[in-house]
Design a protein around this ligand. Structure first.
Ligand SMILES: O=P(O)(O)OP(=O)(O)OP(=O)(O)OC[C@H]1O[C@@H](n2cnc3c(O)ncnc32)[C@H](O)[C@@H]1O
Ligand SMILES: [Mg+2]
Length: 197
């Protein structure tokens, strides 16, 4: 597999930045946005299914091997919601609306019941019909704060308290987040699978 160039099956600029930083110079990630603005419908019932679906779609459109990231936030008190629906939690109104809805859903819920995990599944396909996608997952355990804090990152980062650092994930520097996040853990596994340094 020629892995000097991969298309990233994501329209999320935050993911592209983080994944490219983790991969370093040896692999160039090209955004699927260079090839198409149409986002595939994420019809799967799992992170794995959606990651594979996005990777196949990007490989088909670009003719390149494709990497997809399907991720989200699973909140214990909400039975794992918003989960695979994290991006669409506030009906597509964006990150600020998602965060506001989450704070509202957890209003008056005590710290002990605010546990949550970020989930990331990376799927790599060599071509659109690849019968053996490489799948790697990463989890990151934390807790949902009572108010947003921090300016870095994207999505739910301002609401996600990181116990090992005692800050929100939006208060971590990008380099720190990329060492310990759900995405970093999945990428570590992917690097091992691909024998990348
Ligand atoms: O599907 P693509 O095009 O990759 O972009 P997306 O933003 O729609 O991505 P997902 O469908 O995987 O949805 C992921 C959701 O989880 C959030 N999320 C994932 N990783 C995150 C992280 O590291 N920090 C904060 N929020 C994150 C993100 O903001 C989205 O709301
Ligand atoms: Mg999406």
């Amino acid at each position: 597999m020629n892995l000097t160039q991969l298309v990233l099956a994501s329209h999320n600029a935050g993911k592209l930045k983080e994944l490219q930083a983790m991969l370093g110079d040896s692999v160039q990630l090209r955004s699927i946005g260079e090839f198409s603005q149409v986002e595939p419908e994420e019809t799967g019932l799992s992170f794995v299914e959606n990651a594979i679906l996005k990777a196949r779609n990007a490989a088909r459109i670009s003719g390149l091997p494709a990497l997809a990231d399907d991720s989200g936030l699973a909140v214990d008190f909400l039975g794992g919601a918003p989960g695979i629906y994290s991006a669409r939690y506030a009906d597509g109104k964006g990150d600020a609306a998602n965060n506001a809805k989450l704070l509202d859903a957890l209003k008056d819920v005590p710290d002990a019941e605010r546990g949550a995990q970020f989930v990331c599944v990376l799927a790599l396909v060599r071509h659109a019909d690849d019968p053996l996608p490489i799948l790697c997952e990463g989890l990151w355990h934390g807790r949902i704060l009572h108010a947003a804090s921090g300016e870095h990152g994207f999505g739910y980062d301002p609401l996600f308290w990181v116990p090992e650092r005692n800050v929100s994930s939006a208060e971590l520097s990008p380099a720190d987040k990329n060492q310990i996040s759900h995405r970093a853990r999945a990428m570590d596994l992917l690097r091992q699978r691909l024998s990348l340094k």
